[in-house]
Design a protein around this ligand. Structure first.
Ligand SMILES: Cc1cc2nc3c(=O)[nH]c(=O)nc-3n(C[C@H](O)[C@H](O)[C@H](O)COP(=O)(O)OP(=O)(O)OC[C@H]3O[C@@H](n4cnc5c(N)ncnc54)[C@H](O)[C@@H]3O)c2cc1C
Length: 377
């Protein structure tokens, strides 16, 4: 049997792409070796912050902002399709400074990015505490990215799986060993269940993307970067919006839970929550809001960000016709799910590279090679 498309991996990227393809009437199979959403997509904090994450104006900021602008509609659509509440919260993101020098640096950054019409307000310490009374009295000021939001990634991952399934995508469990090519074109995959054929193959295997034989990804294009999270309980809720310091962040949910994160660790696929990791996360969280010291510690976990060398996603056609990438989302895969889904589905359906993803192709890792070779001649 031949599918119109095969998607490798059922994280948020794989499920979201499959949803759009199935909604367009395509026969799509999603191949997942574990439980859909089990990896990075369920481990994420769910911050939707182009302002903090994309440090300067440019294509990456534009991509993040375009995805954020679709988020409310995306979340509403998924809630309607599945009945699952996704915990989408507005209120914006605060990036706080604990000393005058950092406050001046942040204000300087705001002045730069405001020139590019990026919506940000500079607020003083009193205004920060009016918004978030539980923040440390030493906070001197903050940038407030008012239009930003957060979402709960676990129900999001679940809803994307269920919505894609309900739209007709077939989920098959088992590992993809290899992407199969015939005469230079991807024609399917070798899977635990045997060879599966398809008109298009979408690689959305997160941190494991480069481990799939035949991926065509250059070495190092996607690697795992471990992140740890600690979950605290505050009742009544201590915080109302996402707060970043220069060390990390706290992400409050409406029910009073507060996610504290995170680490960025180059430890390969070593799956471990560590004493040092959790201590660092709790210290930074209590520095932001000292009242968190008395909050019960509910849970800790870790997972692997699918990290690219520049932190930008790897989106678009591969060098092999019929094989497409939806991977490498690094720290922003939850934020970028809506635009990834729309752009990769468009690519598979119409073979059109959406201008939004033009800067994110894998050629950026290989483009330097011919020039270097020429120089050496
Ligand atoms: C601690 C932490 C905090 C984060 N916080 C945020 C945040 O606040 N905001 C944000 O936007 N992003 C955040 N991220 C990043 C975000 O989680 C990722 O970028 C995103 O989840 C990647 O989605 P994915 O579908 O590509 O990967 P994954 O969710 O990892 O899914 C890949 C899937 O592919 C499957 N797979 C792999 N290999 C194979 C194979 N050979 N055959 C079959 N299946 C395979 C895996 O089992 C997995 O289910 C965070 C990540 C971490 C770890």
């Amino acid at each position: 049997m031949k599918h119109d498309a095969i998607v490798i991996g059922a994280g948020v990227q794989g499920c979201a792409v499959a949803l759009r393809l199935a909604q367009a009437g395509r026969d799509v199979a999603v191949l997942e070796r574990s439980v859909p959403g089990a990896e990075a997509s369920s481990a994420a904090a769910g911050i939707l912050s182009p302002g903090v994450e994309a440090e300067e104006p440019g294509p990456f900021y534009q991509l993040c902002a375009a995805s954020l602008s679709r988020y409310r509609g995306f979340a509403d659509e998924l809630e309607r399709l599945t009945g699952i509440a996704l915990g989408y919260r507005g209120g914006g993101t605060l990036q706080v400074a604990f000393d005058d020098l950092t406050a001046r640096t942040l204000a300087g950054r705001a002045a730069q990015i405001q020139k590019h019409d990026i919506p940000v307000e500079v607020i003083d310490g009193d205004e920060v505490r009016r918004l978030e009374p539980a923040l440390d009295p030493r906070v001197r000021g903050a940038l407030w990215f008012k239009e930003e939001a957060s979402i709960d990634p676990r129900p999001l991952a679940r809803a994307l799986h269920l919505a894609a399934h309900a739209a007709g995508a077939k989920f098959l469990s088992g590992q993809v060993r290899r992407i199969v090519q015939v005469e230079g074109r991807a024609i399917g995959v070798d899977h635990d269940r045997g060879r599966l054929h398809a008109g298009a193959v979408v690689l959305a295997a997160g941190s494991w993307s480069a481990t799939v034989e035949g991926s065509g990804l250059p070495p190092g294009a996607v690697r795992p970067v471990r992140g740890q999270i600690a979950l605290l309980d505050t009742r009544p809720p201590l915080l109302g919006r996402v707060v970043f310091s220069d060390k990390g962040y706290v992400v409050p949910r409406a029910d009073g839970r507060v996610l504290c994160g995170s680490t960025m660790e180059e430890v390969g696929f070593e799956r471990a929550v560590t004493a040092g990791g959790v201590r660092g996360i709790l210290d930074l969280a209590m520095e932001i809001a000292p009242g968190l010291a008395s909050a019960p510690l509910l849970e800790t976990w870790c997972n692997f960000r699918p990290a690219s060398p520049d932190g930008w996603p790897v989106l678009g056609p591969s060098a092999v016709p019929g094989l497409y990438y939806a991977t490498g989302h690094t720290r922003n895969g939850i934020l970028l799910a809506p635009i990834t889904a729309d752009a990769i589905a468009r690519l598979v359906l119409d073979e059109v590279v959406d201008p939004a993803i033009e800067s994110f192709g894998m050629e950026r890792f290989t483009a330097a090679a011919p020039a270097a070779a020429q120089a050496a001649e």
